[in-house]
Ligand binder design. Structure first.
Ligand code: GRF
Length: 193
């Protein structure tokens, strides 16, 4: 089976990236994690990717200022150079233009730490706690121009426990993220999403 070449985009810790890299080591897993791209030069995830033997590229967004189109042109050139078929956003903290997202329609996935459509955007755990939610979780979805709003591919729920803080809830949700991202990517590649 020829594995789909996947690029993972990160901005930070990279634990979801590491989980995808680990899943893709299985011979029958249909993705090849060909590249990790970070917009943050010293993102901790870069070291994890290198330790796992995955090629990394830093594309610092700062030199591009507010010119998203120029940043995306540079990103597209890197993706083309590496023959990337699918993009997985994993803690990638930049927003894309509609043009870029539409160019990658159905080929760009994101993970969000809530049960979308509940609690999109920033601070989903704080939103859940303030709402008194008894359940939260993680969502993998296709990226569309509207943030955190694309068709849902996979979800997994976790309980919100008495005394939870945003950090304790985030840690429990992160375990759900790590469970579903490899499954979601496999489903998309196998056309089951
Ligand atoms: C995860 O909680 C993800 O849902 C959110 O940012 C965090 C990234 O964590 N987008 P990591 O970099 O994958 O460890």
């Amino acid at each position: 089976m020829t594995k789909k070449r996947v690029a993972i985009l990160i901005s930070g810790r990279g634990s979801n990236m590491a989980t995808l890299i680990e899943a893709a080591r299985a011979p029958d897993y249909p993705a090849d994690i060909a590249l990790v791209i970070s917009n943050v030069p010293n993102a901790a995830g870069l070291e994890r990717a290198r330790a796992a033997g995955v090629k990394t590229v830093v594309l610092d967004h700062k030199p591009f200022g507010k010119d998203r189109v120029a940043f995306e042109a540079a990103l597209q050139a890197i993706l083309d150079e590496h023959c990337i078929a699918l993009i997985c956003l994993a803690g990638f903290m930049r927003l894309f233009t509609a043009a870029f997202v539409q160019r990658w329609s159905q080929r760009i996935l994101n993970i969000h730490p809530s049960l979308l459509p509940l609690f999109p955007g920033l601070d989903p755990h704080g939103q859940a706690l303030r709402a008194g939610a008894k359940t939260s979780g993680a969502t993998v979805h296709f990226v569309i121009p509207e943030t955190d709003a694309g068709p849902i591919i996979a979800q997994d729920s976790v309980p919100v426990l008495p005394g939870d803080t945003p950090d304790s809830l985030a840690a429990r949700v992160l375990e759900a993220e790590h469970r579903i991202y490899p499954i979601a990517l496999k489903q998309v590649i196998e056309g089951k999403s």
